[in-house]
Design a protein around this ligand. Structure first.
Ligand code: FES
Length: 286
């Protein structure tokens, strides 16, 4: 079964028709994330990891609770309806947080994400229809619509899991980089690190970003935590390095994320000079 589900999800990721769904979503909602404030808030940059996985617990939890109360009979009707409405309301910020992550995906992740969003949107429509049916006294129909919505949410949840755990959307792309325990030479002279110009250097088997900040040489993991973009090919803006792939900005002072889509700070290295050559080692957590 696992292989069949995996293949089905891969098949979804290869469907060009989903690009049209994605293009439509981008056209309607893409500009919302042009604002740094909205982008950071919706991605979860302030939280240190993506916000979407936290928020999904609200609609899923309330809708499952509502479904269970539906099974328990008419004494629980009011509570079931309240949970149902709470889930519908919470679906909006949950969807926005998911979209914030999705707008910076391409290819199969974008298509699987579009299918995930489509299934969840249909589920919300079914739940809204269920609310109307319940208010009109057609509880049987309402319960049936809610059951259908829960089925769609389960399918969408599978696709969401595939996006993270198989396709790597939303994970820290430096998570599997072993720390550089000992001082290691980059074989780069400090004088070669110019103000305003990021560069990539090699420290053993690790690529590091070298840049100047406040006149000092600073070093960070060379691969962006968001999706592994090469920060050495980025640009220096306002004391930050901007990733060339999706525009995340990391402070050169401490690696903190200044602009999403990244949510995890960039791993930092201690720097010392030995005979004018830059040496680095992984910084201990402060
Ligand atoms: S890889 Fe996406 S912002 Fe760097």
């Amino acid at each position: 079964m696992a292989v069949a589900l995996h293949r089905l999800t891969e098949w979804i990721g290869q469907r060009p028709a989903l690009d049209k769904v994605g293009d439509g979503l981008m056209w309607v909602l893409g500009p919302t994330f042009n604002s740094r404030l909205v982008k950071n808030a919706a991605n979860g940059t302030w939280l240190g990891h993506p916000l979407h996985p936290l928020l999904v617990t609200l609609p899923i939890g309330t809708w499952v609770g509502s479904g269970l109360l539906d099974l328990l009979g008419e004494d629980n009707e009011q509570a079931a309806d309240t949970l149902l409405a709470t889930g519908v309301i919470s679906a909006l910020p949950t969807a926005m947080a998911g979209l914030a992550q999705w707008v910076d995906t391409y290819g199969p992740p974008r298509r699987v994400g579009a299918a995930h969003a489509l299934a969840n949107n249909v589920a919300v429509v079914l739940q809204l229809a269920s609310m109307v049916a319940r208010r009109r006294g057609r509880r049987g129909l309402g319960k049936g619509l809610s059951l259908g919505a829960l089925g769609l949410v389960a399918g969408a949840g599978y696709l969401g899991g595939h996006l993270s755990y198989v396709l790597g959307v939303g994970i820290d792309h430096t998570a599997f980089h072993d720390p550089v325990e000992d001082w290691t030479s980059t074989e780069v002279a400090a004088t070669a690190v110019e103000d305003g110009v990021p560069m990539t250097a090699q420290a053993g088997d690790r690529e590091v970003l070298l840049a100047r900040h406040g006149g000092e040489v600073v070093a960070y993991d060379a691969h962006c935590t968001h999706a592994g973009g090469p920060l050495g090919d980025g640009t220096i803006v306002d004391g930050c390095v901007r990733c060339p792939w999706h525009g995340s900005m990391f402070s050169l002072a401490d690696g903190s994320v200044v602009e999403a889509p990244a949510t995890t700070p960039q791993p930092r290295y201690d720097v010392r000079l030995s005979g004018g050559i830059v040496e680095v080692r992984s910084s201990s957590p402060a």
